[in-house]
Design a protein around this ligand. Structure first.
Ligand SMILES: Cc1cc2nc3c(=O)[nH]c(=O)nc-3n(C[C@H](O)[C@H](O)[C@H](O)COP(=O)(O)OP(=O)(O)OC[C@H]3O[C@@H](n4cnc5c(N)ncnc54)[C@H](O)[C@@H]3O)c2cc1C
Length: 462
């Protein structure tokens, strides 16, 4: 069957010579199919890389009419490696990297294949910035359309809150400008309704940042995180400025497992930022402090150097209202057991409600101020079982803490738990009260579930 499908594809490609084609026989196949989660062993039918919207449209029409399943690849950082699937055609969007800033300088239209670092570099040249995550190679659209937590969220909101317009290729291969209803669905459920071609996003004037990492004495990592949070609770009683976003992190460094804080001051008031950096440094005994006045592109490059390019394993996540002493103690106990692989990591994202961002026009479920635990059970080696088991056990311990502190909603990008149709509340976990709207939008834009491989769980509800 695969051979017959490849032959049909090759006939189609003769009429579309501009689409770059990588069949399994190509020496580039192995590198082009690579995604961040290397445990994903799937062999796509072939990889195609369109360069124009017309080519994307033609590919959807062709695949549909020939019964060929396909996936869509952006930055390839889905934590399950969902950008590829066994026997399915991979439509690789990485050629779509355009950035066009609107004449009023308040929004920019960006191609769907752009990586976070590429976008940041383009905007920085114009004296602009927009919220992103911290890792340069993550696809911007993949990050933003499912939520988009990151170091600018306290200041400007989440990734979903930046999206003001989008163009997609729908299930029948038509190029469609998203209306308000579709746009609401894209803000949170992303690519389940079609292939995103571009999004228009809010951008902000910014010419300097103060950023870096503070690593605290972590000889007793449980005590380090407990002491930090106790002191931070006191400090935050008087309020934390919105320009400051802090992400608690734990990872393996040359001296062993360490606890620290990633610090981002996204304002040109560097003096005030310095004052805050001193306050945050005073919350523990500092081993290392890299905070300095820098640029977003330089900050991205520095971050990229610390994250493995390829891993094996899976992640767990939990949303919480508060970092209570009970919860921090549970986190501390689990950090004491952090496996020593460089790929096993932990962090805490924070989402505060910003009055500047609209909240009701997305299907993103977790709208209350909350913390999102990122428990990364990955390893850089193939024997990742220890790291994965650590993440599972950690998550289970968190479930035993005060139930009232746990949000019912889960971040779809970080949740890689088993997909079982038997859990009727699965959709609500991701989309909260918007679950029914997703089904209605899906029926309207993709009734035959052509985009079924984007969020496979949806097929149980169609
Ligand atoms: C190292 C690392 C760090 C991360 N850090 C953060 C973080 O700080 N904050 C945060 O919120 N998340 C973070 N994430 C999660 C990440 O944002 C999501 O996994 C995101 O969806 C990845 O996007 P991508 O384009 O790189 O991945 P891909 O695997 O290419 O795509 C992700 C999903 O979106 C679909 N898709 C991609 N492009 C399109 C398109 N154009 N149209 C339709 N569907 C499409 C794919 O089919 C796939 O299902 C991180 C992930 C990793 C691996």
């Amino acid at each position: 069957m695969a051979q017959a499908q490849l032959a049909t594809l090759e006939t189609f490609l003769k009429d579309h010579p501009g689409i770059k084609y990588t069949p399994p026989s190509s020496p580039e196949y192995a590198s082009n199919r690579k995604v961040w989660n290397h445990a994903r062993r799937d062999n796509p039918l072939a990889i195609v890389r369109p360069e124009s919207v017309e080519q994307v449209s033609a590919l959807v029409k062709f695949s549909r009419s020939n019964g060929i399943k396909f996936t869509i690849r952006g930055g390839g950082h889905n934590l399950q490696g969902r950008a590829i699937a066994e026997g399915a055609l991979t439509i690789d969007m990485r050629a779509f990297t355009s950035v066009k800033v609107a004449s009023d300088g308040k929004t920019a239209t960006v191609g769907a294949g752009i990586l976070q670092e590429e976008l940041a570099k383009s905007l920085w040249k114009e004296g602009l910035a927009t919220p992103t995550g911290t890792i340069p190679t993550v696809g911007y659209v993949g990050w933003a359309m499912y939520g988009g937590y990151g170091p600018f969220s306290s200041n400007w909101g989440l990734g979903v809150d930046q999206i003001v317009a989008a163009t997609i290729v729908d299930a029948s291969g038509e190029i469609v400008k998203a209306d308000d209803g579709l746009l609401k669905g894209i803000r949170g459920a992303g690519g389940v309704f079609g292939i995103i071609l571009d999004v228009s996003i809010r951008v902000y004037s910014l010419k300097s940042i103060l950023a870096g990492v503070i690593i605290y004495d972590s000889q007793n990592i449980g005590k380090a995180i407990t002491d930090y949070n106790a002191s931070y609770r006191e400090l935050s009683k008087d309020g934390i400025p919105s320009q400051l976003t802090l992400q608690q992190v734990a990872f393996n460094a040359p001296p062993g497992r360490v606890f620290g804080v990633s610090f981002m001051w996204s304002s040109e008031d560097t003096e005030e930022g310095q004052r805050w950096s001193k306050r945050i440094a005073s919350l523990g005994k500092v081993l290392m402090n890299t905070i300095s006045a820098t640029t977003i592109p330089a900050w991205f490059s520095a971050n990229g150097a610390h994250v493995p390019q390829v891993v094996y394993g899976s992640s767990r996540t939990q949303n919480l209202y508060e970092l209570t002493p009970e919860l921090v103690e549970t986190i501390g106990k689990n950090l004491e057991k952090l496996p020593s692989d460089h790929g096993t990591m932990f962090s805490i994202h924070q989402s505060s409600v910003s009055s500047a961002t609209p909240q009701s026009n997305s299907v993103f479920a977790s709208r209350e101020p909350h913390f999102m635990l990122e428990i990364l059970g990955y390893a850089t080696q193939e024997n990742y079982e220890l790291s994965e088991q650590w993440a599972v056990d950690f998550w289970k311990d968190v479930q035993k803490t005060d139930n009232k502190n746990l949000l019912g909603s889960t971040y779809i990008s970080l949740d890689t738990s088993e997909e079982k149709p038997s859990q009727p509340d699965t959709l609500s976990r991701f989309f909260g009260c918007h679950a029914d709207e997703i089904i209605e939008l899906k029926k309207k834009y993709d009734p035959q579930n052509v985009f079924d491989l984007t969020v496979p769980r949806l097929k149980h509800f169609m």
